[in-house]
Design a protein around this ligand. Structure first.
Ligand code: SAH
Length: 214
């Protein structure tokens, strides 16, 4: 029997804290969410390793450190409405659900969306809504969002997402070339947007109207 709780503790103590993750709420959420239940059974034993893992359809669940960094950059206090683009396994959505009031997450691949929805339902996350579609267009009917996170690499932040960000909002996204990006932090204050670059990273491509073409 694998002691997953112990693996989670080791993940936090060897991968997150030494690399500078400080937000106690983020660390607590990473200690709590059962990451192994977001990958297929044969690779569950690897779920807490320092790497991204395949989730089918050519997509991946992000490395734990990348999930922690992006979540910390969102500066969640608990009352926010969050939009995630790129549900994938649903793991990042579960972490967000621990730390914010309501999460909307868009996934373009139907099968991944269905599986993520089912996992989150079983785990009791009733504040997450999974939507199938092209997330580069955002979710205008539910906008504005206090926070937006894009978990796929994009050549630029899609304009509709900038528009759907609330005032005093924060958006985090991997922006750059097809096979290497850098996290960008975009803040909106009094309608004015400022940008700041952060950690280098590698994400699968954001494919859609305002992202990469297939
Ligand atoms: N956050 C995920 C990992 C995301 S991998 C997790 O925690 O597991 C990136 C995901 O973005 C993939 O599942 C991919 O299918 C999805 N994606 C790519 N382009 C998209 C788009 N335009 N809209 C919505 N999802 C998209």
């Amino acid at each position: 029997m694998i002691d997953y709780e112990e693996l989670r503790r080791l993940m936090v103590e060897t991968q997150l804290i030494p690399r500078g993750i400080k937000d106690q709420r983020v660390l607590k959420a990473m200690l709590k969410v059962p990451r192994h239940l977001f990958v297929d059974e044969p690779i569950q034993y690897k779920a807490y390793d320092d790497m991204a893992l395949p989730i089918g359809d050519g997509q991946t669940i992000s490395q734990p450190y990348m999930v922690a960094v992006m979540t910390e950059l969102l500066e969640l206090k608990g009352n926010e409405r969050v939009l995630e683009v790129g549900t994938g396994s649903g793991y990042q959505a579960a972490i967000l659900a621990e730390l914010a009031a309501e999460v909307f997450s868009i996934e373009r691949m139907e099968r991944l969306a269905l599986r993520a929805r089912e996992r989150l339902r079983k785990l009791g996350y009733d504040n997450v809504h999974i939507i199938t579609g092209d997330g580069t267009a955002g979710l205008p009917e539910k906008a504005p969002f206090d926070r937006i996170i894009i978990t796929a690499g994009t050549p630029q932040v899609p304009d509709p997402l900038k528009e759907q960000l609330a005032d005093n909002g924060i958006l985090v996204a991997p922006v750059g070339a097809r096979f290497s990006q850098q996290l960008i932090i975009l803040r909106k204050e009094k309608g004015k947007i400022t940008e700041e670059y952060h950690t280098p990273c590698v994400f699968v491509p954001l494919v859609g109207k305002y992202g990469w073409k297939e």
